[in-house]
Design a protein around this ligand. Sequence first.
Ligand SMILES: NC(=O)c1ccc[n+]([C@@H]2O[C@H](COP(=O)([O-])OP(=O)(O)OC[C@H]3O[C@@H](n4cnc5c(N)ncnc54)[C@H](OP(=O)(O)O)[C@@H]3O)[C@@H](O)[C@H]2O)c1
Length: 357
Amino acid sequence: MQQIPLFRVALNGYGRIGRCVLRALYERGADAGFEVVALNDLADLASLEYLTRFDSTHGRFPGEVRVEGDDLRINGDRLRVLREATPEAVDWAGLGIDLVLECSGAYHTRADGERFLAAGAPRVLFSQPMASEADIDATVVFGVNQRCLSGAERLVSNASCTTNCGVPLLKLLNEAVGLEYVSITTIHSAMNDQPVIDAYHHEDLRRTRSAFQSVIPVSTGLARGIERLLPELAGRIQAKAVRVPTVNVSALDITLQTARDTSAAEINRVLRDAAEQGPLKGLLAYTELPHASCDFNHDPHSAIVDGSQTRVSGPRLVNLLAWFDNEWGFANRMLDVADHYLRVAAQSTVPPAPVKD
Ligand SMILES: NC(=O)c1ccc[n+]([C@@H]2O[C@H](COP(=O)([O-])OP(=O)(O)OC[C@H]3O[C@@H](n4cnc5c(N)ncnc54)[C@H](OP(=O)(O)O)[C@@H]3O)[C@@H](O)[C@H]2O)c1
């Protein structure tokens, strides 16, 4: 018997992440605890329908998608489609929703989030880390700290795809062998904030360069993002990032100085056990097969440790490689966090934080 969704959700921003979130919800089918009843983006309805049906990275939508009047119909479900450029222009309360999944990437501060609340949105889950800890009620990496949610939060962040990949691994290894210092290089596929051919596109000058002609170093807030989740490592993490000319799937190259002597076999055993038997089953995976990045396209895990690449040079200097589908893995974590957040909020006796006028 099909489960009736308990909660109603709207998407704001229907680009790579917004579309993956909607599709992942439909691919989960009857298990989904909520339904998407509306989406708001700047594009016209015909383009939104087309980009839902056909996806160069994840393939055709596995269901029926069509336009009906001003709305989208997906497998018979009606989704209101809005084209508003500001949160205030949307009657969120009138949509009868429990949560906005903010996937435009256009909002970074608490003041931005409060614009949604003042316009009637009960809660917002952001698809990126906010500017500072003061800008958000909680930043959640599912599998690590979702239990911090009390239900009173109004503004929650799903962190970043790289944080979702790195934090579970660092937490496990810090508990198992102790970590003195951490250095990470993100090897990230291209994104829509880069042009196909050189063009003005971003204040970060390197992001004005053709995404498919170079390996491009870009700025990253990964180290500070990890510190928000693992404050015990604060001041001992650095990170840099390069964009590479692929369309999806990324990797973290992680170097660790451990607190005690260890071996590649021990590091791999800790990570493999957590993936196969531990609480991270379904979120973390482990492989020693000779993979290339495209093998992980449409993989829902937050991190897939490639044990064949683990190196220990000297007894305390470890190097690891972990893959992640930056779109699909992250979109699945948006669903996990949203589902947990909504259930906790529904059972909470803690009053929600007041909305500022
Ligand atoms: N892509 C990834 O792998 C990934 C992974 C994790 C997290 N994220 C984060 O998720 C966010 C979105 O990334 P993305 O890759 O999905 O970007 P994207 O493909 O550019 O999608 C953003 C969408 O939001 C629309 N939009 C822009 N301003 C809007 C507004 N004010 N109201 C409503 N819609 C608006 C954009 O329309 P226009 O195109 O017309 O501007 C576009 O359709 C970013 O913060 C990013 O850092 C991305």
